[in-house]
Design a protein around this ligand. Structure first.
Ligand SMILES: N[C@H](CCC[C@H](N)C(=O)O)C(=O)O
Length: 267
């Protein structure tokens, strides 16, 4: 029987990164050999029992106009929309590979991103947000990925997996949305838990979701600050932004991004 590595004569080295507990298999695909149309293979690599295990897989590729290209796949093997934590992790990976120094500009599915890395902390510029839709008890916006933001009481005991799954399909149909639940905390910031589309479960952190929550809390007048601490289950992030007449720009998502191990794919 031929192993997949013979079908795909690629460099089998992978790295694993995590950003506030949102974890990614990271592959240097500058030689273009990774079989990125093989949805099943990607889903298998991301599977926590049959594979490496991660919330997504990210390829670092060459780009003519910027430092590198980020190609992001959800754990189900399909290409996703923008991933804020993945974006922070790929900046750490590019730094590790010596492609960048402190500052970078790279391209992702939602356009150009500027970023800065200092130690383990990556600050990533997110796409501008020009529209926040108000729903009956929630807000909806696109911060690179679609996000539903809803305030709840007793977030700690809230059934995020069940409610998130119900709302992801029930309100938004097959294409769906990521679903965020948020509660103000005693430190003047906000606690967040997110159900992620494409992972189809709660993750420990979602960067575009954290960004959506910060803008939502400002939009609703729950805070007057334009630097907002948002605590996810897997760690704390900070969002800063500027706002003028409902248009949000210079949005930055800042927090830790770390390499946790290196391995070889053997199938
Ligand atoms: N975890 C990611 C979000 C991925 C969005 C993905 N679940 C999709 O809707 O395609 C983040 O840190 O922003």
């Amino acid at each position: 029987m031929l192993s997949l590595s013979l079908y795909y004569p690629m460099e089998n080295t992978f790295y694993k990164y995590q950003g506030t507990g949102n974890d990614f298999v990271m592959i240097d695909n500058r030689n273009g050999q990774f079989p990125k149309n093989d949805t099943k293979l990607i889903a298998k690599i991301c599977h926590r029992r049959f594979g490496v295990g991660s919330d997504g897989l990210i390829l670092l590729e060459n780009d003519k106009a910027t430092d590198f290209r980020m190609v992001y796949f959800n754990a189900d093997g399909n290409e996703g929309s923008m991933c804020g934590n993945g974006g922070r992790c790929i900046v750490a990976f590019a730094h590790f590979l010596d492609i960048i120094k402190r500052d970078t500009v790279f391209i992702a599915v939602d356009g150009l991103h500027e970023a800065t890395i200092i130690g383990d902390v990556v600050s990533l510029k997110m796409t501008d947000v020009s529209e926040i839709k108000e729903k009956s008890s929630a807000l909806f916006m696109n911060t690179g990925s679609p996000h539903h933001v809803q305030m709840v009481k007793e977030l700690k005991s809230f059934d995020v997996a069940k409610e998130g799954a119900r709302m992801r399909y029930g309100i938004y149909g097959e294409k769906g949305s990521n679903i965020n639940f948020v509660e103000a905390n005693a430190e003047g910031g906000f606690d967040i838990r997110t159900y992620e589309r494409g992972v189809e479960d709660e993750t420990l952190s979602c960067g575009t979701g954290v960004t959506a929550v910060a803008l939502s809390m400002y939009h609703l007048g729950k805070t007057k600050n334009k630097t907002i601490a948002v605590n996810a289950l897997g760690g704390n992030l900070e969002v800063t932004f500027e706002e003028e007449q409902g248009f949000y720009n210079n949005i930055y998502l800042k927090g830790e991004a770390k390499q946790v191990f290196k391995g070889e794919l053997t199938w």
